[in-house]
Design a protein around this ligand. Structure first.
Ligand code: IVH
Length: 700
């Protein structure tokens, strides 16, 4: 036997080490609380990591200091074989549901009847968000997290303590004064949406199955046999009550209780609020519904709870739900229906989108008959086939989408897999799929009627030229309706919009149009003239050029013609414009058809000239021979250039314009006159071929 060993060799800590370890544990617990519960960190992540590393190292040198509640122990204990059962002292109830305002009013009436509250008075409720997560019960004994359990069947759940200990927003020890000797806290474990997205991205990269929704991912995370797996999911927690609040000092109301729990270090929702009566409930519901897309986590409704705990006790519970609480649910965002067919939609930039034709289904508060299937890859990944039963999701204003197939094994084994067509369904032009891109595109550009329609719709949209009244139906009609007796359409390109005032009668005759809506439409078109360059540029619908990029381009170049002539290198110098966008812009303006549309637009859509007061001529000169004539030149002339012809006409007093309108009095047609002649004929305007024109000039 050797002599008495020194403290250090025996692993016994010095008083200084002891103090430091306890300091570090307190400090880390405090920073965990600041970061995960209060969302108000005081130190940088690096500093936190240093404190943590110091504690890990001290605990390693002094095994005698081990403590299961040390923050280092959150990393998770050893994997388990399975979960043992936990009996809930107080059953974990569920909630009664309401799906509309009538249901809320009924709930309020029942509460008032039972509490004998008179007509003139309102019940005070606490309103909360209804988290779509996993219900858990956390038992704290002597302020320390002792047992965490899932809800299970309400009376017995699974012991998930080691996994729950890895969740940083759940304190291992409660802090502050007045913590009861025994306290059971209830709340919801959930996965924030950004983490869910990242998790699925990782699953994809690993070639593993994606999670269906954040709730499933959270449930799976919580039920991992290896706590380290749970930790890596980075789950979060909100508490919304206690199993039995009677042990909580000076808590007269549910709001008091939540405040207390929060003081002790438990994370409560920032959106909890006391409200009054049915009106208060409905106002809260609407507010949360509007904010739902920005919350960062999934909720499936709101919960109203009678605030006074004494009233809650008087009300009690029926079967599995308390009488003092109500879940006011949002319309379900997912539903199952049958895929009847797959249509192909051609977008503004020519991309072909497969669209699911569905058996009508009520989802997200509306009846849905179509949903996007995104692209060929997505259809293959989900292995969607016509006839399948599919899950459709419609959340907020987002377009409905097909999420997945249900019962794929029960489908007709003969059902063919989907293939993209090789020709554009709108115009028959060949389609291409660029290497490395998901989209299949029609190659016809503005030559494709579907792309034309989309281009016009985009051009007129609110954030572009803001032409009110140009909806989908009207665009279809404008693009499809021919001018009487011609092949010319009312609107072939966006520039034609500015000539529509000459087609008033044709517009009035369109379906769902009348005198008044026609006047309104034409006025809206007039009002859109002369909008600033960024809007105009955005309205052109150049692929990848959104409002911000349009504004940058406009700021950098100042004038449209400079952007038009800029090469890719010059374009890429613009702030926020990378080589891809630069390539799109350059390609757009290289395209012949686009160039001619923009040319045309520059003339047709420029602001109407402000009438200028002209001084009366001193003495009446003889009127010029072509005064009052409005002439359009089109096609190639052989005896002179168009500019020469134009000059001759101007000298003779004519006005020469670029486009045929009702004000046009004469159209001169050279070789290959194109649509302007059709338009002139449609409008009953006199046309002259070159020979007639030369004769006409002779005669003046
Ligand atoms: S109170 C006895 N409040 O919704 C009262 N529950 O559909 C029971 N839930 O099992 C719970 N957010 O898991 C309450 N703010 C909230 C809630 C909430 C989500 C869950 C809870 C419950 C389920 C009932």
């Amino acid at each position: 036997m050797s002599g008495s060993p020194g403290r250090r060799e025996a692993g016994l800590p010095s008083p200084a080490a002891l103090r430091r370890v306890s300091e570090l544990r307190d400090s880390i617990a405090r920073h965990d609380h600041l970061y995960h519960v209060l969302d108000a960190p005081e130190i940088a992540d690096g500093e936190y990591d240093r404190l943590f590393a110091e504690l890990v190292s001290l605990e390693a040198t002094h095994p005698g200091l081990a403590d299961p509640d040390s923050p280092t122990q959150r990393v998770g204990g050893a994997p388990v074989e399975g979960f043992s059962e936990v009996a809930h002292d107080v059953p974990m109830l569920s909630l009664a549901n309401a799906f509309d305002e009538a249901g809320v009013a009924e709930f309020d009436r029942r509460v008032r009847d039972r509490l004998e509250i008179g007509e003139g008075e309102e019940v005070e409720y606490v309103a909360e968000t209804k988290l779509d997560g996993i219900a858990v019960s956390l038992r704290y004994e002597g302020g320390r997290l002792a047992v965490a359990a899932t809800r299970g069947d309400g009376t017995r759940g699974e012991d998930v303590t080691s996994n729950v200990r890895t969740i940083r927003s759940i304190p291992l020890r409660l802090r502050g004064a007045g913590v009861p000797a025994s306290l059971e806290v209830r709340g919801e474990i959930y996965l924030p949406l950004d983490r869910f997205a990242r998790l699925n991205e990782e699953q994809r990269e690993r070639g593993e199955r994606e999670f269906v929704n954040p709730r499933n991912a959270a449930a799976g995370g919580l039920r991992q046999l290896d706590p380290r797996e749970t930790r890596s999911r980075r789950l979060m927690f909100f508490c919304h009550g206690a199993g039995d609040a009677s042990g909580v000092p000076s808590a007269g109301t549910h709001l008091d209780l939540l405040r207390r729990l929060n003081e002790w270090g438990l994370r409560t929702s920032p959106d909890v609020r006391a409200i009054r009566g049915v009106d208060g409930c409905i106002a809260y519901y609407r507010e949360i519904e509007a904010r739902r897309p920005t919350l960062g986590y999934q909720i499936d409704g709101v919960v109203y709870k009678v605030n006074r705990l004494e009233d809650q006790r008087r009300l009690g519970a029926v079967s599995r739900a308390p009488r003092w609480a109500l879940a006011h649910k949002f319309p379900a965002e997912e539903a199952v229906t049958r895929l009847l067919g797959i249509d192909i939609q051609v977008g503004r930039t020519g991309s072909l989108t497969p669209v699911a034709r569905l058996e009508p289904v009520f989802v997200g508060g509306v009846t849905v008959t179509n949903a996007t299937l995104h692209n060929q890859d997505e259809i293959e990944r989900k292995d969607v086939r016509v006839g399948d039963r599919v899950v459709v999701r419609r959340a907020g204003d987002v377009i409905p989408q097909v999420l997945r197939v249900v019962d794929a094994e029960r489908r007709n084994p003969e059902a063919p897999t989907f293939a993209m067509p090789s020709a554009c369904p709108a115009c028959g032009a060949p389609v291409v799929r660029v290497e490395g891109q998901a989209a299949t595109r029609c190659t016809a550009g503005l030559g494709c009627p579907a792309q034309r329609k989309e281009a016009i719709r985009h051009f007129a949209s609110r954030r572009a030229m803001d032409i009110e009244g140009i909806g989908e139906k009207l665009v279809d009609q404008l693009v499809e309706t021919r001018l009487p007796g011609t092949e010319t359409r009312l609107v072939g390109t966006v520039a034609d919009l500015y000539r529509l005032n000459e087609c008033r009668d044709e517009i009035v005759a369109l379906d769902r149009m009348g005198e008044l809506s026609t006047v309104n439409l034409l006025e809206a078109i007039e009002d859109s003239r002369g909008l600033p360059l960024p809007r105009f540029l955005y309205a052109l619908g150049i692929p990848e050029v959104g409002e911000a990029t349009a504004a940058s381009l406009a700021r950098h170049f100042g004038k449209l013609f400079r952007i038009r002539e800029a090469d890719e290198a010059a374009l890429a110098e613009v702030r926020d414009v990378g080589p891809i966008v630069a390539g799109h812009v350059a390609a757009f303006f290289r395209d012949e058809l686009n160039r001619s549309v923009v040319d045309d637009l520059m003339v047709a859509a420029r602001p109407a000239p402000v009438p200028v007061e002209r001084p009366e001529p001193e003495d009446e000169a003889a009127p010029l021979p072509l005064a009052g004539e409005v002439v359009v030149l089109t096609g190639a002339l052989s005896a002179m250039t168009r500019d020469e012809a134009r000059d001759r006409l101007l000298v003779l007093g004519a006005r020469v314009t670029g486009s045929v309108s009702k004000r046009t009095t004469l159209v001169v047609c050279g070789e290959n006159p194109g649509s302007k002649r059709d338009r002139a004929e449609a409008l009953g305007i006199r046309t002259l071929d070159e020979a007639d024109f030369l004769e006409f000039l002779e005669g003046t």
